[in-house]
Design a protein around this ligand. Structure first.
Ligand code: CO8
Length: 381
């Protein structure tokens, strides 16, 4: 055992992306919701006409693409989602001895991140699994992943909704700076589909499943081809009920309906849009100012992927003009909103072309509210 060796410089040296093979299109989601709406509204026509029950509103694929930019999403399990009598993924329970679903997603992304960083499991001292939901409270998914990969040291889970990935990277950065870990694996197995209300037209299209992972390590141990120094991290939270799910371990202690809409993801989308965009733009501008940088000095924006109009507006507020797709890549058209993993998917798919010295910003924004950013610079090794 050695005393911790603080590190002056911390880098992101590898990123991994695991995309589930199953795709659900907007048209498929709209079809099942409209079938459900027609059935429900016919069955309860008398009560609906008497004002004793609400009608289920029909959805529209053209609206979805225009309002959000989303065309499709990947899901971990497709079975059940498009069955009008189910409308949720049928994810079978696994034995305690088997690798759990979320750990499997996490391992897939982690192996890709380790390979990209040119690292072995023995190089890693800590594993953080950080996402919008974990499938159980304990034992931590991170510890299961740690065992599956053969990593010694320690692991723990974190939940910060859409900012889970950036906030966990912040913790990894601090651990490496302090010398309590040489290298940290931060993994985001975003299994969102079980919490989506596929009967609600306002939100049935928003989410997709994915897993991302990054390796953060001391700069002096990095030997991968695409290495980004983390110049600094900034985080902000402000309580809001506009994005919420009330499902939790207290759910069995009262007679509430576990299928009730408030037990699933729900939001006031318009309010979120109006409140979060200015917060995110101001946060990023202030973060860049700490480095005496302007938005125009940033070569690439890896922004949270919730809604294309949000990303366009935030970039416009920062740059005073529209950002090009090359400057602020969009992946939500294919992936939808994958909670905290969105900005990391964008980073994963769009980081290799930067030149040494180029500056980029990774930024998440969402439920909480929570905003997390990292200003990074490509390193010439
Ligand atoms: N089809 C047809 N019409 C629709 C549909 C639909 N699918 N959905 C809504 N409409 C209707 C509305 O009912 C409304 O009708 P009316 O005017 O008669 O009331 C009309 O269309 C306009 O609706 P909106 O004003 O809501 O439409 P917008 O243009 O604002 O778009 C959006 C809605 C896309 C939801 C937009 O507001 C948005 O993207 N807001 C930001 C949302 C956001 O970023 N949220 C972050 C949530 S993610 C997060 O923080 C992580 C949480 C943890 C993960 C959870 C995993 C499950």
């Amino acid at each position: 055992m050695q005393l911790p060796q603080p590190s002056q410089h911390v880098v992101i040296s590898g990123v991994g992306l695991w995309t589930p093979e199953h795709i659900v299109t907007n048209e498929e989601l709209v079809q099942v919701l409209n079938d459900y709406a027609d059935q429900h509204n016919a069955e309860y026509a008398t009560e609906i006409d008497a004002g004793q029950r609400s009608a289920v509103a029909r959805s529209d694929a053209a609206f979805i693409e225009k309002a959000s930019g989303i065309k499709q999403r990947h899901v971990y399990v497709k079975d059940g989602i498009l069955d009008v009598n189910c409308m949720r993924p049928r994810i079978p329970e696994r034995a305690d001895e088997a690798l759990s679903h979320q750990a499997e997603m996490a391992v897939n992304a982690a192996q890709r991140a380790l390979a990209a960083a040119h690292k072995q499991p023995t190089d890693i001292d800590a594993v953080i699994v950080s996402c919008a939901y974990t499938q159980r409270a304990y034992p931590a998914i991170a510890i299961e992943v740690q065992q599956a990969l053969g990593i010694t040291g320690f692991g723990f889970d974190m939940l910060v909704a859409c900012s889970a990935a950036t906030f966990a990277q912040h913790r990894a950065y601090e651990m490496i700076k302090a010398g309590t870990a040489r290298a940290v694996l931060v993994i985001n197995p975003e299994l969102t589909s079980p919490q989506v209300n596929y009967r609600d037209r306002d939100s049935h299209f928003i989410f997709g499943d994915v897993a991302t992972a990054v390796v953060l390590e001391r700069a002096d141990t990095a030997n991968a081809p695409h290495v980004y120094e983390v110049l600094s991290t900034q985080a902000k939270t402000q309580f809001s009920n506009t994005i919420r799910s009330n499902f939790g371990y207290l759910s069995r202690t009262n007679d509430a309906d576990p299928f009730a809409p408030d037990k699933l993801f729900h939001q006031e989308g318009r309010t979120v849009f109006k409140e979060v965009c200015p917060m995110a733009a101001e946060h990023i501008a202030q973060h860049l100012a700490l480095h005496e940088l302007n938005a125009t000095d940033v070569r690439r924006w890896w922004l949270h992927q919730a809604n294309i109009n949000m990303n366009l507006l935030i970039a416009r507020k920062l740059l005073g003009r529209d950002a090009s797709a090359e400057e602020a890549p969009i992946v939500l058209d294919r992936y939808a909103n994958c909670a905290s993993a969105g900005s990391i998917i964008a980073f994963s798919l769009h980081h290799e072309d930067l030149a040494p010295g180029d500056v980029g910003v990774i930024c998440s924004f969402g439920a909480g509210y929570s905003i997390g950013s990292l200003v990074v610079r490509k390193v010439n090794l």
